[in-house]
Design a protein around this ligand. Structure first.
Ligand code: FES
Ligand SMILES: [Fe+2]
Length: 375
């Protein structure tokens, strides 16, 4: 692929003809635009216990979550319409009601005020709160933030979290990243950084020359980078102890606006990807604000070749190694990028390399979707 192939960037509504072909203007400061008609991960299902009120800020909106007595999850604005106290500080009462801790207004699971203990008890329209569609799927809680109908069938397929033994799926991980969510998506769709930032753990220098291949189906963008006769990265050596070298497979798909699925594995040279072993690396990015991001992650192994005893230990090790790679290697870089962009007084021209084809393609699709929504 030539350096400028697929490089025509689209950012912040600026036409490619308006800036030099081999640079990308990046907004100074955080981009305030969020795609609203979309499913976002709130948390793993296991994090929300019955009888508990939980707060999450999503797309700048404070939201309270709790499980309803007969199944399903309530989600509505976590700001009392009286004096703006978070309702998540209040009490969950029988009948799926939340009582505000300050003056006792009560709200039902649809955000409607159902009891005003003061004066005549009049309930005016201004006491009702906005609620949000929420579903549980693939061991996760998803929220729909837009006004269009919410169709759970549009949640990307993460069935690799549902259909395999517990020992093959690592425990849930969470980081709060102090950066705009697109900087984290850039990082994940850019498979080339693995060989530098995560050298030895997730990649090696001998894969640097491998081609990056970009495909797009509808709005789903996939970046692949495969190499043969490659040293097996550290984390895969545990899963494929008899394969010190071979074909390394990296293929990551982006589902708008910010959910990703990476297939990462090794096989013997000349053999298919499926004949080897590895894992699906799963990344969910949900904007909290313009400069903070909820980052949920886990991993699900495929074609497991090791026994249960080894898998028990490996389950924990995979979690720890990936958490180290993200928390100690990626996040400091991404947060420093955000600071550097914030320090710029005007748009920054970023030079393009051929490895940027993946990030550029998804940014183009995201820009199109934002425009369709009127952002
Ligand atoms: S602040 Fe909630 S009832 Fe007054
Ligand atoms: Fe990384």
């Amino acid at each position: 692929m030539s350096p400028d192939a697929d490089a025509a960037p689209v950012l912040q509504g600026i036409e490619p003809s308006q800036y030099p072909r081999l640079t990308v203007p990046r907004r100074a400061g955080p981009d305030p635009r969020f795609l609203r008609n979309s499913w976002y991960v709130v948390m793993f299902s296991s994090e929300l216990e019955a009888g508990q009120l939980m707060h999450r800020t999503i797309l700048n909106e404070p939201i309270v979550f709790y499980r309803k007595e007969k199944g399903g999850i309530a989600a509505y604005t976590d700001r009392c319409p009286h004096r703006s106290v978070p309702l998540s500080m209040g009490k969950l009462c029988p009948g799926d009601r939340v009582q505000c801790i300050y003056h006792g207004l009560e709200f039902g699971p649809d955000g409607q005020c159902v009891n005003n203990p003061h004066g005549t008890g009049n309930i005016i329209d201004a006491l009702h709160l906005r609620s949000f569609p929420v579903v549980e799927k693939h061991t996760l809680i998803w929220i729909w933030m837009g006004d269009k109908p919410a169709d759970p069938d549009n949640i990307p397929d993460y069935s690799c979290l549902d259909d395999r033994p517990e020992l093959h799926v690592t425990r849930p991980g969470y980081l709060n990243v102090k950066a705009h969510y697109t900087l984290v998506v850039d990082n994940l769709l850019d498979l080339s950084h693995i060989n530098y930032t995560h050298a030895g753990i997730l990649g090696n220098a001998d894969a640097v020359k491998a081609e990056v291949d970009i495909t797009q189906e509808g709005d789903v963008v996939t970046a692949s980078r495969n190499s043969t006769d490659t040293e097996t990265p550290g984390i895969l050596k545990m899963m494929a102890p008899d394969l010190p070298r071979g074909s390394l497979w990296n293929s990551i798909s982006w589902y708008a606006p910010s959910n990703l699925l990476l297939q990462f594995g090794m096989s013997a040279d000349g053999e298919s990807k499926e004949s080897g072993t590895g894992y699906y690396a799963i990344h969910f990015l949900t904007p909290e604000t313009e400069r903070t991001t909820h980052y949920h992650y886990t991993a699900s192994r495929y074609n497991v070749l090791t026994d249960d005893e080894a898998n028990r230990e490996m389950r924990d090790l995979i979690y720890k190694m990936r958490t180290f790679a993200f928390a100690d290697q990626d996040v400091p870089i991404i947060e420093a990028q955000q600071i550097a962009l914030d320090q710029a007084s005007e748009e920054v021209e970023q030079a393009l390399l051929n490895v940027d084809a993946g990030p550029n393609r998804y940014l183009r699709v995201l820009d199109k979707l934002l425009r369709e929504e009127g952002s």
